[in-house]
Ligand binder design. Structure first.
Ligand code: SAH
Length: 474
């Protein structure tokens, strides 16, 4: 093949503001469309696989660039009209314009690619992704940032994609339907009480975020105002307005109202201190046969319909018969632990957030379970330490891990291997770190048997999955 001259090479690189034709061939990690213009890769926000577009170049690097849709020449057969008119601007949903079945296919492929490319593993069973029948209004937790725009208008809603500018809206197609009424009452309270809302740049003002959690089964709601201080003006006004909702409708019950103190200049939404304003700061919810008490600071899966399927899958992969010793690492409020405890002899849970461990202990009692014990601390500290204290005698039949996106520390995986379980059930919210950890476990004698993604986050690019690893020399 003849080499291109330098001039020809330059000609293939489109310049900023150029409009070029483009067919979208792939989906990027953040849900953006990917196409190639004369061999040059372009990332296009809101582009859907199969779209034929005219795109305008926004920015170029040496081998790739970013572009936006100028016009759609032929829409992809997989392109759908998003339900939410804000979907393109809002950072919450990245792929609402993609047909839901295609979203599922994309997520399944994402997991498969990670396992095969990063994990280097080819022989395993990939079970079909579990999707939702109705992939809307699925979240039990919403966090609304509060601020004012340049015209000093009150803004409550969601951050625009890749920014901290607030899109003003009470309604969200993936949040719970109760949110809208609650937020509208808080808007009234803000206007009538004169409470200063937070200014992120100057770190001034009081009200930063509204956190709402709903128990889908119990219909109990906790409302938590995150403030840059310790008290709010006209507290009674807030309580009156919110509690009036309990008599005005029957879809939910406001069970608890509290403040969360966050005085730091940080992107992290919640601080460590909770101040109750109305009743104890928690709600109770149920998944399957198990009841859970949930505090605002504790992690709780955001999609209860899918969580039930996720936990049932983890339980079926664990294949317990009542005699097993099981460890549940990164256990949160003991959700998976208690699911497992229904079928195991003894379950031990480890979790880094002390309040979550308090919830876990209470949850065991709430369900009358005496075979679950919980330890607060980092899994990578607690497990190796306990193993060492036992002089290597501590073992397990099944170990479940459900780490945050960064995956497991190697020191933890080494202890898991040393404890010689027959099975490891790895629940993951990041297929890339999952694949890295599976590769390591494979080298240490654990073979990947099965993988099944579960769509916990429809319309976003995130994907959750459950995997089963088995000891090779059983
Ligand atoms: N299995 C639980 C929680 C999973 S989310 C559920 O399904 O609800 C991951 C959990 O890991 C969170 O609760 C988080 O607080 C906790 N965590 C994060 N880092 C940790 C660490 N190093 N050691 C133990 N737990 C950790």
């Amino acid at each position: 093949m003849a080499l291109k001259t330098e001039k020809e090479e330059l000609q293939t690189i489109p310049q900023k503001n150029d409009c070029v034709p483009l067919t979208i061939e792939d989906i990027g990690a953040d849900g953006e469309g990917i196409g190639r213009y004369q061999g040059f890769t372009l990332f296009v926000k809101d582009g859907v696989v199969g779209d034929e577009l005219i795109v305008r170049i926004l920015k170029t690097k040496t081998t790739y660039g970013y572009a936006k849709i100028e016009s759609i020449v032929t829409p992809s057969p997989f392109r759908v009209e998003p339900k939410c008119s804000l979907a393109s601007r809002c950072g919450g949903c990245q792929i609402q314009q993609l047909d839901y079945q295609k979203q599922l296919e994309y997520k399944q492929n994402k997991v498969k690619n990670c396992i095969e490319r990063i994990g280097g593993i080819k022989e395993y069973e990939m079970e079909p992704i579990i999707g939702m029948e109705d992939p809307y209004y699925y979240r039990n937790k919403s966090q609304y940032p509060v601020g004012r725009n340049k015209n000093n208008e009150l803004m409550i809603g969601f951050y625009a994609g890749r920014s901290h500018s607030i899109i003003n809206t009470d309604h969200c197609y993936i949040g719970d339907k109760s949110n809208e009424l609650i937020v509208s009452k808080i808007r009234e309270y803000i206007e009538e009480s004169g409470i200063a809302v937070y200014n992120e740049e100057k770190h001034t003002g009081l009200l930063r975020h509204i956190l709402i959690r709903v128990g889908f089964t119990s219909k109990q709601v906790i409302v938590c105002l995150v403030i840059n201080g310790k008290k709010i003006p006209k507290q009674e006004l807030l309580l009156d307005k919110l509690l009036a909702l309990n008599t005005q409708q029957e879809d939910f019950v406001i069970e608890s109202i509290c403040l969360n103190v966050n005085k730091e200049k940080t992107n992290v939404i919640l601080g460590n201190q909770i101040i109750s304003l109305y009743k104890e700061p928690f709600i109770v919810d149920q998944i399957g046969d198990i009841k859970y008490q949930i505090s605002p600071l504790s992690f709780y899966q955001v999609n209860p319909v899918q969580t039930k399927k996720l936990y049932e899958l983890a339980l079926s992969y664990a294949d317990l018969h009542g005699e097993e010793i099981v460890w549940d690492l990164y256990c949160g409020i003991g959700t998976i632990s208690l699911f497992l405890a229904q079928r195991a002899k003894q379950v031990y849970g480890v979790e880094i957030i002390p309040q979550a461990i308090e919830d876990a202990k209470r949850n065991a009692k709430l369900n009358g379970m005496t075979n679950a014990e919980f330890f607060a601390g980092a899994a990578e500290d607690v497990l190796p330490q306990k193993y060492k204290e036992s002089n290597g005698a501590m073992s397990a039949d099944v170990i479940v891990v459900d780490p945050p996106r960064k995956g497991c520390e190697q020191s933890l995986l080494d202890t898991v291997v040393a404890m010689h379980p027959k099975k490891v059930v790895y629940v993951s919210c990041d297929p890339a770190t999952l694949a890295r950890d599976i590769k390591y476990l494979d080298e240490k004698g654990y073979q990947l048997k099965k993988v099944r993604p579960v769509d916990q986050f429809p319309h976003s690019t995130h994907v959750e999955c459950v995997t089963l690893l088995q000891r090779k020399n059983t």
